[in-house]
Design a protein around this ligand. Sequence first.
Ligand code: F6P
Length: 358
Amino acid sequence: MRIGVLNSGGDCPGLNAVINGVVGAASRLGWEVLGFIDGYEGLLPEGGDYITLTPDDTIGIAKLGGTILGTTNKGHFAAKVGEGDVAKIPEEIMAKARGNMEKLGVEALVIIGGDGSLTTALQMNQEGFNVVGVPKTIDNDLQATAMTFGFDSAVSTVVDSLDRLQTTAQSHKRVMVLEVMGRHAGWIALWGGIAGGAHVVLLPEVEFSLDKVADFIKQREAEGKRSSLVVVAEGAKLSGGELVIRGEGAASEVSLGGVGDVVAHHLEEMTGKDTRSCTLGHLQRGGSPTALDRILGARFGVKAVDLIREGKFGSMVSYQAYHVDSVPIEDAVHQLRLVNPEGEMVQTARALGICLGD
Ligand code: F6P
């Protein structure tokens, strides 16, 4: 059997770990893997644009940031509103992809993507393509999975940045505002802020008042605190309306800044404290994945191959959550949780070619 793998949309630490997982698991089944270049776009040129991936080709890639396959944010597969107002991938694009997959003998596709790319995957599945999905976003904002790979790496970058900002803020008695990613969901800001010791965290989900933030910072100063750290998600909203970032009503001195610059500008005026802002931007997406993201990526890749083997097309790999709850202490003592030798984690290790000595 021959399968394809592609990643689509913004890159994300851990993508290469997923690809490595797919290749490892597929090769153990004796399957061939084609890696399509630049996302869905790789399905379009005559004969397809791809590289053949064997375990030898993917040695050591799990630790690399970005994606060895390249990616495209919005390409020919972007759905267009046609007759009946339903956004659909253009017919001729679907036909080209279908023709190439048939010519190449690719029987199924692993599609690694976020909300938009998975919407494309869904339409492809509805039109008869054998696809399985792997969720991908550093924002960790997909409802159907408790965790996406890339998130832990992004949070680690935020925490490292806050640790650094804290020392300079403390030296200069400043307020430091750090803008982080998260247009719709504030997970990166919240986790990063908690772990990095932020004093204020502003999220898209919780409308904020600049007055309240300024009062909080002034109160800290009154208590003798030298500095304050503020984390702002890029989608944070001011209560009573959007924060005016550009144009009429915007803080005039702030020319090309984002929400972090604007918040910093206003806080400086309102608190009289020297305030600086810093936008973390794509530093959160780049670089090597953390250990957790490498492992989650590997598990997702191996599971995606399982889904194909089981013929579960149209489904997506999902990490199932646990939340913090309570149990009687007596349930905890003398109850070790051991690695299940038949469990999914051990199977993942085997799929990656790791020897367990058995
Ligand atoms: O969806 C992930 C994300 O990191 C967002 O938080 C951010 O707004 C966006 O990607 C930026 O992506 P790009 O610059 O590639 O369009």
